[in-house]
Design a protein around this ligand. Structure first.
Ligand code: GLU
Length: 500
């Protein structure tokens, strides 16, 4: 354990290395807020030097989910937000998983008890519920009424609502400092806290004690977290002071909000789940840019910028204090910008990975499949915002002819003359010496537009439906070239036979 320092630190060093942390709880799919916090933590750490710590706060066993920790690692790694110390990586302040640190909190609680800053409370859950109900009915502020304060176990046991195993509560003084300095917000006034429980009856610390002890023992210099923790900060400052520990700097980031300004919750919004972005085909660098953009403004007002550029300009003063709106249209636009800026080979690799993720391609695509993705990429690069759109546009290249499904809206575009169009197209294509997009187009124009006097839209529509099964697809003639003559003819014949 690091030796407690008796003098609280009040001024930040303006230069020199810093230590920041993100402390997610593994309670399910990682929340997008974890990435948002990590990004800002990391930007500051990379600017100043020091370490970014990933601590897993897994003491809430009721909400604990087994696979969640691995998902936190996967999604942060995918986003390029790598941590320097953490449960998987070790580091000088290990262990980084709270459940492995359980023996560390009790001595701090004992010290607070001995110094009269904390007391035992034996009130049963039923008594606390009744107390709260009575306070609400009487329109009084709710909070613990201190029935147990100053009583020994024996004295308390004689009163009703006694529970055998006590919790430990903080004794919040009348003159509790409610104002603290926030690195982003300046002076912040928080509501008066209740006599907060710091050790539960099961011997586990609550978040409030654990976070102070861990941040101290891990030598965290700046606690950067969501604004929902503002009301907890005065309690934490008290704990630091009572324990004689240096107080870190606090920065409370504005919460991400839905367009109706409500808090983003995993129950209501799929975009609260970090894994969702990958499934949808957002690029990690676009999501990173977006998360930076919602909370931060570049000195020159630019919207498209890299993480390195953010690091160079980083300044807490440029962080928003008003809850930024999580506008998926904006993210879609940014993603499109990033997709268009990628080299074709790079994009092809990402499209292939996405097609594997969604099961269009097998886990190990063949060289021929990879080659096809590579050739198809230029056809879709300008047409998509999300990698998932590539799936809809390119899936026709990867299904067997017999398995091609014609979508209902595509079938609905077929007019009475579609059968004649397909017949004429088939003979024109069969006779073609070279199977190249330009030749395919010339032959089809000659047969259908010039020969049958059809408008191009009516002439080529049925072919698009036959070959891709869809109303909208990448450019038709290039698509046909990629698919190959045999498949094109087979698919034209299939649709033709359906038309009778
Ligand atoms: N475990 C807390 C959370 O899940 C950490 C809060 C903090 O950063 O202090 O948000």
């Amino acid at each position: 354990m690091t030796e407690p320092v008796t003098e609280p630190v009040s001024e930040p060093a303006a230069t020199g290395p810093v230590r920041l942390r993100v402390a997610p709880s593994p309670t399910g799919d990682p929340h997008v807020g974890t990435a948002y916090m990590s990004l800002f933590n990391l930007a500051f750490v990379r600017q100043r030097g020091g370490a970014f710590v990933l601590r897993i706060e897994d003491t809430d066993r009721a909400r604990y989910r087994d696979d969640s920790e691995a998902q936190i690692y996967d999604t942060l790694t995918w986003l390029g937000l790598a941590w320097d110390e953490g449960p998987d990586r070790g580091g000088p302040y290990a262990p980084y998983r709270q459940s492995e640190r359980l023996d560390r909190y009790r001595p701090y609680a004992d010290r607070l008890l001995a110094d009269g800053h904390a007391y035992h409370c034996w009130c049963s859950a039923e008594r606390l519920a009744q107390m709260r109900e009575a306070q609400q009915k009487a329109k009084q502020p709710t909070g613990y009424d201190r029935l147990c304060l100053g009583k020994s176990r024996e004295q308390r046991a004689e009163l009703p609502g006694f529970s055998d195993t006590p919790v430990v509560r903080m004794l919040i003084p009348d003159d509790v400092p409610l104002v603290f300095e926030d690195v982003i917000r300046g002076e912040v006034r928080a509501p008066r806290p209740d006599d907060q429980v710091i050790m539960k009856a099961d011997g586990f610390p609550t978040y409030h004690l654990a976070v102070v002890v861990d941040d101290h023992e891990m030598a965290i210099t700046h606690v950067v977290r969501g604004e929902e923790w503002i009301s907890s900060t005065p309690k934490h400052v008290l704990l630091y002071r009572w324990l004689g520990l240096p107080v870190p700097f606090f920065a409370h980031m504005p919460l991400l909000r839905n367009t109706d300004r409500s808090k983003i919750s995993k129950r209501k919004n799929p975009a609260a789940r970090l894994t969702w972005f990958r499934e949808q085909g957002y690029l990690p660098e676009a999501l990173r840019n977006f998360l930076a953009l919602v909370g931060y403004s570049m000195p020159d007002g630019r919207e498209v910028f890299s993480f390195e550029e953010m690091v160079d300009s980083f300044d807490w003063k440029r962080v928003n204090t008003v809850g930024p709106v999580f506008d998926l249209d904006k993210l879609g636009w940014l993603n499109g910008q990033y997709i268009r800026a990628l080299g074709s080979d790079d994009l092809a690799g990402r499209i292939a990975d996405h097609l594997v993720l969604t099961g269009v391609l097998p886990a190990e695509p063949t060289a021929a499949q990879q080659d096809l993705v590579q050739q198809a990429t230029p056809l879709v690069q300008e047409r998509m915002q999300l990698l998932s759109e590539a799936e809809g546009m390119l899936a026709f290249l990867f299904v067997a002819d017999a398995d091609l499904q014609v979508s209902e809206d595509a079938a609905a575009t077929l007019k009475a003359d579609a059968a004649g169009v397909l017949d004429a197209a088939r003979s024109a294509l069969q006779a073609l010496p070279d199977w190249r997009a330009g030749d395919i187009e010339a032959a089809l124009r000659a047969a259908l537009v010039d020969g049958m006097g059809l408008k191009p839209k009516l002439a080529f529509g049925p072919l698009r439906v036959a070959v891709t099964g869809r109303r909208i697809s990448p450019p038709l003639f290039e698509s046909m070239q990629l698919l190959g003559r045999a498949s094109c003819l087979a698919r034209i014949a299939m649709l033709r036979s359906r038309l009778g």
